[in-house]
Design a protein around this ligand. Structure first.
Ligand code: KMH
Ligand code: ZN
Length: 278
């Protein structure tokens, strides 16, 4: 694992699972997303993991809206813009591949199929390889999303058979505590790290009540942090999240306590191998 003297704080503000009707403070419009990005950057985030919504606040992979979102976040924030290729569990593979045509700085690439609550998040091997190759061609830096520990074995196979990603550096995000995936515990995080590709860096996020244990375990292990309302809607027991910046600010504060303060967007670009401008 590559040691870092600072912490990459990524915010995942929206996701595809929560409904705006049930979570009114979820950022779903472009304006809300940009404001969220600015607020999170101000408190220490340097990357944003983006899912977009349509005019009715339903998850969308609309190509025009994706391009508009990338442009707006680039214009109004200094954040590294990462688009989700995971989308919603109902999204077809062609639409998920087409996300890359919006030319983000980075994109997620989930390394295997996993039960996802009562649904299935489908990621066939051939689909993963296609995502990886298209990102290599377009110079888009992947973040390999790992929902279960065996997906790290698949990542090692992908790199062996198809080569290094754009930027040359491998960055992994452990998404822990999804019902159907690996549990969000310190013990599981430590086990996962044994399978991390040589020289890779990692972030971790724990969904729901696993948020804090995973955050603390990641910091203690030299890892980076992903936080946001995609992954958790409660700040503490019985207390709802006010907004994404509240979660980003807590991650930044804990990073400082751990003596690994938040990386600036420029430092994060350097670590991940993301080009400065497009
Ligand atoms: N919404 C989940 C089905 C990703 O963004 O790449 C998938 C997900 C992963 O959120
Ligand atoms: Zn996502």
């Amino acid at each position: 694992m590559t040691a870092s003297s600072g912490t990459l704080v990524t915010v995942a503000p929206t996701g595809a699972e929560h409904s705006k009707a049930e979570v009114p403070n979820l950022p779903v419009t472009l304006e809300e997303l940009v404001r969220t990005g600015q607020d999170c950057e101000r408190v220490g985030a340097s990357m944003i993991h983006v899912h977009i919504r349509d005019a009715e606040a339903r998850p969308s992979l609309d190509q025009g809206l994706l391009k508009e979102t990338v442009a707006a976040l680039r214009a109004e924030t200094g954040l590294i813009v990462q688009l989700s290729t995971g989308g919603a569990v109902t999204d077809p593979e062609e639409d998920r591949l087409a996300v890359l045509d919006a030319m983000p700085d980075s994109a997620s690439c989930t390394m295997g199929t996993v039960n996802f609550g009562d649904a299935v998040f489908m990621n066939r091997w051939e689909f993963i390889v296609e995502l990886h190759k298209r990102m290599q061609e377009r110079r888009i830096v992947p973040e390999y999303e790992i929902f279960d520990i065996g997906q790290l074995a698949s990542l090692n196979r992908l790199l062996d058979e198809h080569g290094a990603p754009a930027g040359g550096h491998v960055h992994v995000d452990l998404v822990m505590g999804v019902p159907g995936g690996m549990p969000g515990t310190a013990e599981m995080l430590t086990s996962a790290l044994r399978l991390l590709p040589e020289g890779a860096s990692f972030s971790a996020t724990g969904v729901g009540r696993t948020t804090l244990p995973v955050m603390l375990a990641s910091l203690a292990s030299g890892g980076h942090l992903r936080v946001g309302m995609e992954d958790t809607l409660s700040y503490a027991k019985g207390e709802r999240v006010r907004d994404n910046a509240q979660l980003a600010a807590r991650a930044a504060a804990l990073s400082r306590i751990a003596q690994r303060p938040p990386l600036s967007a420029e430092q994060a670009r350097g670590m991940l191998g993301v080009q400065q401008t497009r």
